[in-house]
Design a protein around this ligand. Structure first.
Ligand SMILES: [Ca+2]
Ligand SMILES: [Ca+2]
Length: 252
């Protein structure tokens, strides 16, 4: 009897060893993306690559429009310009994050845009060139997207204009449940480096417009309305938008 029990113990040990080896093999493969196995122990050598999103998260992706640079390049005269990205930005957002802004109503400080309509901002088209952007008048102007319900907002992805390398001035992005942005306002982004806007100097850097757009971490801020300001750009004094995408989950 003793011998048999030893044998059992041995086979149990063998099975355990096999299990660990298999687990290590799976961990080593890495490409599985089995985030569902949350709380998995670190027994199998938990050296997951840093790029992998943590449990309960996913990498946000979107359709990137084709490159279409036109006209004569102009100098971008701003201090501490963020380098232009060479590929689409990647941001980890909560699992289940969806595009909330497609086709949602847009209003603006400029009721009569010089070119185009504000509806272009949420129509899903992100191409450069004529017919795809709205041009608002000079000075500090805003556009506002109404998500039609409060949401936990994970990210805001912005394309101002990308057929010429340029940077927009005083880009300020805010979220609120108040359509007038009088109370309960969270400022997510502010790259006004010289305090020329009403919001004061911001810590974010001016950046070059590219087809990859600019994605801003909204950190789960709750709100129904997203408002985006700008005050002209390094090529001219007008304000432009091709598309703005707001990602998140409907508020519980
Ligand atoms: Ca569009
Ligand atoms: Ca400024």
């Amino acid at each position: 009897m003793k011998k048999q029990s030893d044998q059992n113990k041995l086979s149990t040990l063998a099975a355990a060893a096999l299990f660990i080896a298999t687990a290590a093999l799976f961990t080593g493969c890495g490409g599985g993306g089995d985030d569902a196995a949350e709380g998995s122990s670190d027994a199998g050598g938990g050296d997951a690559p840093a790029a992998e999103p943590a449990g309960g998260q996913m990498v946000l992706t979107t359709e990137i429009p084709p490159q279409k640079i036109e006209g004569t390049p102009k100098a971008i005269k701003v201090p501490v310009l963020e380098p232009a990205p060479q590929e689409a930005p990647k941001m980890a957002v909560p699992e289940g994050t969806v595009l909330l802004s497609k086709g949602k109503p847009v209003t603006s400080s400029d009721d009569f845009p010089i070119i185009g309509e504000v509806d272009l901002i949420t129509d899903g088209d992100k191409d450069a060139g004529e017919g795809y952007f709205v041009e608002l008048m000079d000075g500090m102007q805003w556009v506002q997207i109404d998500l039609e319900a409060s949401a936990d907002i994970a990210a805001i992805w912005i394309w101002h204009f990308h057929s010429q390398a340029r940077a927009y001035h005083d880009v300020v992005v805010q979220i609120s449940d108040d359509p007038e942005f009088g109370e309960g306002v969270t400022t997510l982004f502010n790259n006004d480096y010289d305090a020329s806007s009403d919001f004061g100097k911001g810590d974010d850097k001016p950046y070059v417009e590219t087809r990859f757009g600019k994605v801003i971490d909204a950190k789960g801020t709750k709100g129904r309305y997203v408002r985006l300001y700008s005050a002209g750009n390094t090529s001219n004094s007008a304000n432009h938008y091709i598309e703005v995408e707001v990602y998140g989950k409907p508020a519980a």
